[in-house]
Design a protein around this ligand. Structure first.
Ligand SMILES: Cc1ncc(COP(=O)(O)O)c(C=O)c1O
Length: 413
């Protein structure tokens, strides 16, 4: 590992994490991006902004989300792994879940939407746009727009509109306009392209609520900060429950917002191993996957430099994952940096593994996970199985599976 004073220091003034990040945007957007950065800096240091945020996180979102000892998942791992010493299996860490699926609207996405809508209000914006993949970010955006009385347009790939039907209905119910995007594969990348196009043409009145820790600076930093509530709470709750920090933490990665939210407060705790789990789709070697770090290389997309799935000419390759929320050919720039400096290890899980874990978690814990964290569960079982019994692994249960039941039903047919 290179000598880095603190893994929590970035980004620099240009929004770079090492050679990743930055702001590659159309000239028309530049003044807006700069004023957003300025406003965010001032909001961060304004106690009134913090107070309002805390109020809504507690009373509207329902934070803090519980930290839960998943006893039956732990028993499952212990029953499967390890050698036998005196009749007892020696391996198998305790598995804890950070229950962000219990947030209002069913995922971590609302933590960030709340921060950004308060910023939009502060900047006097009168219209909100957003992109969405699984529909969770779209629902969270539509929710805060209803609460703060701002009209909202959500761009969603046409393929995702089909596979996430319940969330499309939810967004409409909440008063949002949902625009299906038919270009490309009709997934998250295409939705984000369309949202950026809209933003360039409606710069003055519109605030773009980006749903993951990607996009041009200051979004990756801003989204990370709003999601870090996950990691700060988890640290405090873990100290209370076990008197020490976990030996390993793990989260799934689409663009990387729930993961960086959990990871960031732990980055300088070197006793804690950190794992991100990308979507391996039908297998990284098959080419049909969304694992940008395992199967991609650096390039520029959606305003930042990061690892991307691309062909020899630098054209973006379509991603594939059974989970709409992970179906993105890139990853947030801070993850690209954490990968290169080797502070975080990035693993992957296939569609098939996620489907198995989706069902297993439902049956063993009575918790139906979203397909996204079901990917992380697959690797959590392996890792916990290699760890000692007195060790602890914490996984971010970043969303619930209600939105996925129809597509899982189809896949299981
Ligand atoms: C429940 C859930 N988890 C994870 C993700 C992936 O996003 P991110 O990597 O930004 O956390 C999504 C995206 O829609 C989601 O809905």
């Amino acid at each position: 590992m290179p000598s880095v004073n603190s893994f929590r220091m970035g980004p620099d003034r240009e929004g770079r994490f090492g050679k990743f990040g930055g702001r590659f945007v159309a000239e028309t957007l530049m003044p807006l991006i700069l004023s957003l950065e300025e406003e965010y800096e001032s909001a961060k240091n304004d106690p009134a902004f913090r107070q309002e945020m805390d109020y809504f996180l507690k009373h509207y979102v329902g934070r803090p989300s519980p930290l839960y000892f998943a006893e039956r998942l732990t028993e499952y791992v212990r029953s499967k792994t390890g050698s036998t010493i005196g009749g007892e299996k020696e391996k198998g860490a305790k598995i804890y879940l950070k229950r962000d699926e219990l947030n209002h609207t069913g995922a971590h996405k609302i933590n960030n939407c709340l921060g950004q809508i308060l910023l939009a209000k502060r900047m006097g914006k009168t219209r909100i746009i957003a992109e969405t993949g699984a529909g969770q970010h779209g629902v969270a955006t539509a929710t805060v727009c209803a609460r703060f009385n701002l009209p909202c347009t959500i761009f969603m790939g046409a393929t995702d509109v089909e596979r996430q039907e319940p969330n499309v209905f939810r967004m409409k119910l909440l008063g949002a306009e949902v625009v299906p995007v038919t270009s490309g594969t009709g997934t998250l990348k295409d939705a984000m392209n369309e949202a950026l196009r809209d933003w360039v043409t409606n710069v003055d009145a519109t605030f773009y609520i980006i749903g993951t820790a990607a996009g041009p600076h200051p979004y990756p930093e801003m989204v990370r900060d709003f999601q870090s509530v996950i990691g700060y709470e988890a640290k405090e709750q873990m100290l209370e429950a076990e008197g020490r920090l976990p030996d390993a933490i793990m989260a799934c990665i689409g663009g990387g917002s729930n993961a960086i939210g959990l990871f960031h407060p732990f980055l300088d705790d070197m006793g804690t191993q950190i794992y991100g789990v990308e979507a391996a789709g039908r297998g990284v070697e098959s080419g049909a996957h969304a694992a940008s770090l395992s199967g991609g290389r650096p390039g520029v997309l959606h305003g930042n430099r990061t690892y991307l799935l691309q062909d020899d000419d630098g054209q973006i390759i379509d991603a594939h994952s059974i989970s709409a929320g992970l179906d993105y050919p890139g990853i947030g720039p801070e993850h690209a940096w954490l990968h290169e400096v080797k502070r975080v290890q990035y693993l992957s899980a296939t569609d098939k593994e996620a489907l198995e874990c989706f069902q297993l978690c439902a049956r063993l814990e009575g918790i139906i996970p979203a397909l996204e964290p079901a990917h992380a569960l697959a690797r959590a079982f392996d890792k916990a199985g290699e760890m000692e019994r007195d060790q602890i692994l914490l996984l971010n249960m970043c969303g619930r599976g209600d939105k996925d039941i129809f597509s899982v039903m189809d896949a299981l047919k």
